[in-house]
Design a protein around this ligand. Structure first.
Ligand code: 5GP
Ligand code: MN
Length: 315
């Protein structure tokens, strides 16, 4: 059931024991929104913790409280008055959902493709980041921002907007970020940390770019990473940022081997609705940034995604 921000605020205020979670393959917005709200809830005397069923990329080690995030332990049960699922629909939270016994489940998200399966859902697809919603939610509860809260929320806003450059950046995004800078967040410290790469990661990106292919009259740039190539292309972090600058491209993406007959696709566009393409394969996201997993042998998966993109380009 869809609810308003004030109704969501009341649900959060009424709960004492709260578990926060987000998607697997966590990013700045998923970690920032859960951890940011956790800090605020703890400051109100609530029993709040974050469970995420995945490893956390080390760039997020600068976030205060990152060490408190737990991965659900096998067989362990977690009880709560309220489970808050942030920045994702329920089904992409890994093993968290089955491990949590919560009286109520509240989903807070900004993805237009949200499946609306949650018991309660506050969805704002006009916001660039779930952290932007958290900013409003805390204000709706009469709160203010500590530096810990602000650091987490700023990080999510910055990463989901490409540091306030993407088309999802609005006056509200900038004002919300300004509130956080006002209490002491240092934009340069966050951006330096988020862009940090090891030598090996830079070399992996170089190797990935060598596999670049162009399709659909230069409107599509893609890197296909099969099982063999995946051994040397150990990270795809930042790869799409390198492809998107190619003149004439509308859609850039990579397709990477995950396991036998399973490929991970990540797409970015300059207006073409890639979330619609992702949904063909049961994925989702935003108009200009989306992802999905394709279950097929390599050649078939490659052909399927190129065809789906071609159809969307020619709509
Ligand atoms: P990324 O390419 O960075 O993994 O994801 C881009 C956007 O699409 C993010 O907002 C992410 O949450 C969303 N997304 C990526 N993969 C999936 C997927 O498999 N399912 C859904 N529903 N959303 C996805
Ligand atoms: Mn997000």
């Amino acid at each position: 059931m869809k609810i308003t921000l004030d109704e969501a605020a009341k649900m959060v205020a009424d709960a004492q024991t709260i578990i926060l979670t987000s998607h697997i393959r966590p990013d700045g917005d998923s970690i920032g929104s859960t951890l940011g709200l956790m800090h605020w809830l703890r400051a109100q005397g609530k029993d709040a913790r974050v469970l995420i069923d995945d490893e956390l990329p080390r760039i997020f080690n600068i976030l205060p409280g990152i060490e408190t995030i737990e991965r659900p332990a096998e067989g362990k049960r977690y009880a709560a008055d309220l489970l808050i699922v942030c920045d994702v629909e329920l089904k992409r939270t890994g093993e968290v959902l089955p491990a949590v016994d919560a009286v109520h489940v509240l989903n807070i998200d900004h993805h237009v493709t949200n499946d609306e399966e949650a018991e309660y859902l506050y969805l704002n697809p006009d916001y660039a980041a779930t952290c932007e919603i958290m900013h409003d939610l805390i204000l709706a509860m009469g709160g203010t921002f500590s530096l810990d809260v602000a650091t987490c929320l700023y990080t999510g806003m910055a990463t989901d907007t490409g540091f306030f450059r993407f088309s999802n950046t609005t006056p509200h995004t900038m004002r919300a970020a300004a509130d956080l800078i006002e209490v002491g967040v240092k934009p340069n410290i966050i951006s330096v940390a988020m862009e940090l790469k090891s030598y090996d990661e830079v070399m992996a990106q170089v190797r990935a770019i060598r596999h670049l292919e162009m399709f659909h009259d230069g409107r599509v740039a893609a890197v296909f990473i099969d099982e063999e190539k995946a051994k040397e292309v150990t990270t795809t972090e930042g790869l799409l940022d390198a492809l998107r600058v190619i003149e004439g491209t509308q859609v850039v993406f990579f397709m990477k081997w995950l396991e036998k007959d399973t490929y991970r696709v990540s797409m970015r566009s300059k207006g073409t609705n890639v979330s619609r393409i992702a949904q063909v394969f049961d994925g989702g996201g935003h108009i200009r940034a989306a992802g999905c997993t394709i279950h097929a042998p390599f050649d078939e998966a490659k052909q399927k995604i190129l065809m789906a993109i071609g159809e969307e380009l020619n709509r």
